[in-house]
Write a protein that binds this ligand. Structure first.
Ligand code: SF4
Length: 228
């Protein structure tokens, strides 16, 4: 990972960075299509090792056939596998979403619980997936950390660890709760569009606050200036 060289930036800087990135990506939101928490939970599980675009191609047919947890809990795995095959790892994913639906139907009245601990006890549901669903579909402030959040936050210096849960804690400690979900969305979008593995720093609105730019990008640019 490309980490910034400095110490963790202040809460003031973190808030300024998230505000600037929100302005740069004004429509940041999850790109998964869903109508309720159950659909977002299934879509997020399917998005592992895949793309949101790919998942959005398969979920309309999946949700038409299995519109709720009870329907999916009763599904034949091979039928689900056929519908989700293009998202990759389709056998494990079919097993996970059927198992998850079974638990929702058996223990939660078919509803998605709005609680991190209960969510992460469900098959196929890790902390990142739970945070996506809590923040977007259940109205609970939550900051999902994926590989983009990890890379971008560490480069800027508003996080200083490659442990996703610690990154979540560092960002949440610096930001008011109403900014948590937004922060995750804008960092993800920034990582996809601008702060890619090979970053497009010329298009970035937070260069002045970015530790990686200051220590790794800017010095190289100074070296390339013609000597007169
Ligand atoms: S300045 Fe470059 S490295 Fe820093 S956040 Fe922006 S794109 Fe990423």
């Amino acid at each position: 990972m490309d980490e910034g060289a400095g110490a963790l930036k202040s809460a003031t800087t973190t808030r300024r960075v998230i505000r600037a990135l929100s302005a740069q990506h004004p429509n940041a939101d999850t790109e998964l299509h869903y109508r309720n928490a159950f659909e977002l939970l299934v879509a997020t599980i399917l998005s592992a090792q895949s793309t949101d675009e790919r998942v959005n191609m398969v979920t309309p047919a999946l949700f038409a056939r299995y519109p709720d947890a009870r329907a999916l809990a009763a599904a034949v795995p091979a039928d689900v596998e056929r519908l989700i095959v293009s998202t990759g790892f389709f056998r494990q994913k079919a097993k996970a979403i059927i198992g998850m639906a079974h638990r929702l139907a058996a223990e939660h009245g078919g509803e998605v619980p709005a609680d991190m601990d209960t969510l992460t006890e469900l098959p196929g549901v890790g902390r990142k997936t739970a945070n996506v669903v809590l923040g977007h579909a259940l109205g609970v402030p939550a900051l999902a950390v994926d590989r983009h959040v990890l890379r971008v936050a560490n480069r800027i210096g508003i996080a200083t660890t490659d442990d996703p849960e610690r990154v979540e804690q560092q960002l949440c400690a610096a930001l008011p709760k109403p900014m948590w979900t937004l922060a995750s969305d804008v960092l993800i979008l920034h990582g996809r569009r601008v702060c890619r593995p090979k970053p497009l720093c010329d298009r970035c609105s937070v260069r002045k606050d970015c530790e990686y730019y200051r220590t790794a990008i800017a010095p190289g640019r100074r070296d390339r200036r013609p000597r007169i």
